[in-house]
Design a binder for this molecule. Structure first.
Ligand code: AKB
Length: 337
């Protein structure tokens, strides 16, 4: 079988690193794109590294030289950063995704194939109106609560629709068939936790921040209430789900947007798990009202039965395994102790 040519935008981000390492073991030809240069180790895994902005036409032209099979479009501005500069978030998140979809369409048309676009969407695409509704509602399905309250969530929800449009409806009045050159597939990710990177700019960051600070012996003030609850997932499961969705036969997919989830601890439960491993860790709850509101608008639990049914999704890591087998050993190795 010939090797697949894969583009990863945002390759220097926390999903990008593990995806790059995993895809390189699968012998893919990798074109990495990021604003900042990759480490020498990661650069060595790539056929080409393009340093630049996905909104920049020159970057798009450089990617377009390749007969690409799959694009993992990870580059984005997250929920907290997006609220600090909503216009910039819209530009990067929406215009950047438009560029990627048009690029995929042109490559697909040139190579007469469907270019897959794998897109990390998010629980931020949900918007629950109030805490009572959040507490009373069961696991959120993909079509529930479609009124996100952050620019990032709005951008992601719109991008899900754009992806569906480019895949199934593109130029529907054209005499020639124009759809079918893009095969867009999205995952609504929960908060992600990596042992190797500390995220920046997200609102689910309190969980990884609690863990990484405790491992370094640093005090942590958690910016949400103890009862705050959203779903989380270990980074290896996030990458596994992206790759499984990418390889699922199109005819098995009943939708282009899937929830995936692993476990849904409260912030207090995360604190207890962290302190069980790092008994000297000091963690206080100092909720910041505005960031708390964002967390309260996201579901506590999501229903990922479509992913389970359509492409056999199941996470490898529950909360206990995430802490005991993935986070703690790797984090202790990283910081010592
Ligand atoms: C964020 O907090 O903005 C992200 C997300 C949940 O998509 N981690």
């Amino acid at each position: 079988m010939s090797k697949r040519t894969v583009v990863i935008t945002g390759a220097n981000g926390e999903i990008g690193h593990l995806l790059l390492e995993t895809l390189s073991k699968e012998q893919a030809i990798i074109i990495a794109v990021d604003l900042s240069p990759l480490s020498d180790e990661h650069t060595a895994l790539c056929e080409e590294v393009i340093i630049g902005d996905i909104c920049d036409d020159e970057v798009i032209r450089d990617i377009e030289k390749h007969d690409v099979n799959d694009i993992f479009h990870l580059a984005a501005i997250l929920s907290t950063s997006g609220e600090k500069n909503p216009e910039r978030a819209h530009h990067v998140n929406v215009d950047g995704t438009m560029n990627v979809l048009q690029l995929a369409y042109r490559i697909g048309k040139r190579t007469n194939s469907a270019v897959k676009v794998l897109f990390p969407s998010t629980i931020a695409a949900f918007g629950i109106s109030d805490l009572e509704t959040k507490r009373m509602s069961g696991p959120a399905r993909e079509d529930d609560f479609a009124s996100p309250i952050t620019m990032y969530g709005i951008n992601k929800l719109y991008n899900e629709h754009l992806g569906r449009y480019y895949s199934d409806c593109y130029r529907r009045l054209s005499p020639e068939k124009e759809s079918g050159f893009v095969d867009f597939r999205a995952l609504r990710f929960p908060g992600l936790i990596s042992a190797f990177t500390v995220p920046t700019g997200g609102t689910s960051d309190y969980a990884p921040e609690m863990i990484h600070n405790a491992a370094q012996g640093k005090h942590y003030d958690c910016f949400v209430r103890p009862d705050a609850q959203i779903p989380f997932m270990a980074m290896p499961d996030a990458v596994k789900s992206l790759l499984h969705l990418a390889s699922a036969p199109l005819e098995n997919l009943s939708t282009r947007v899937y929830n995936v989830t692993s476990f849904s601890p409260t912030a207090e439960e995360i604190k207890d798990m962290v302190q069980a491993e790092f008994p000297n860790a000091t963690i206080d709850f100092k909720p910041q009202e505005k960031r708390q509101e964002i967390i309260d608008s996201w579901p506590g639990v999501v229903d990922d039965s479509k992913a389970r049914n359509d492409w056999n999704w199941s996470p490898d890591y529950d909360a206990e395994k995430t802490f005991k087998e993935y986070l703690i050993p790797n984090i202790k190795m990283r910081y010592g102790g």
